[in-house]
Ligand binder design. Sequence first.
Ligand code: AQP
Length: 329
Amino acid sequence: MDRLLTGLQPSGTLTIGNYAGGISQIVNYQSDYETFLFIPDMHAITVPQDPEALHRNIINAIAMYIACGVNPDLPNMHIYIQSENLYHANLSWIFECHTPHGELTRMHQFKAKSALHETFTEGLVTYPDLMAADILLYDAKYVPTGIDQKQHVELARNIAIRFNNRYGELFAIPEPLIPSIGAKIRDLQNPEQKMSKSTTNPKASIFLSDPEKVIRKKIMSAVTDSDGVIKFDEENKPGVSNLLTIYSVFTGSSIEDAVAKFEGGGYGDLKKAAADAVVEKLMPMQEKYNDIINSGRINEILDAGRDYSNKIAAEKYEKVRKAVGFGRI
Ligand code: AQP
């Protein structure tokens, strides 16, 4: 079975963007691939985190994956916490020593996140090396992701190719898997930007744990435009296109069908239908989420994932260690 790998940072509460770009893809592909689904807590601390909140977000994220349809009982599903596998940090260091600084500071996400803070840590710069280690340790063939992380997967590819050329065949070359609809769910208040879990605007993101009333209110107050025409044009009509995308992701319809359904109508009807679609999907997930949190199963799932991921990562790290000349022969 080919391998698929992805992780969602526990840097806050997961959003419908994380669902569209990450979780829904894992659910779709989980029967076809050996799946490595990890919680990148080490990535989360590239910006300041409250330790208590970080612990909570890790457990909540796992419960939410399962509530969204990830099946932890599949023998080919491995769910684990990044910091419980020390090989990620070890391999990342080796990659950091092989990646030119300029290649890292050119990354879109580094530029966007560093601009938000007066100072930033070196971890924010080297984040893509750690992400390359996350992927390459497992010879993952596919990395499901939204559009925002595509550049990081491309860097992981470049690192793998460079290492293979310099040290002999060590790594499989990964490919990003970008969904055709929902690769970039936009911020509801500033649709030029993507929706993020760490937003400071309380109306910008829909969280997977939002109550029904809140979801409806956020979507009904989403920023659109003043020309009153419903069409899909992400450049000139990002707010309306975002509502069409959200409707499509949560109903499973194509963008063309969504446009055909709403064109000629008002924005209010589109917003109401998008809110109905999100509510219909999220309410049962939230019920399941509460059952999982109360089930006491999460530790058992994480222990199994930790042990398996360490076994696979140890084999790869040993090969890399020898290739770069570390330790004794
Ligand atoms: N708005 C989005 N639309 C589609 N996909 C998205 N993803 C994130 N935002 C959107 C995808 O979700 C997966 C997990 O992302 P992440 O949590 O590891 O990091 P991120 O991309 O930085 O996500 P956030 O929500 O914006 O987190 P913060 O606010 O902490 O930076 C990835 O596949 C990502 O593409």
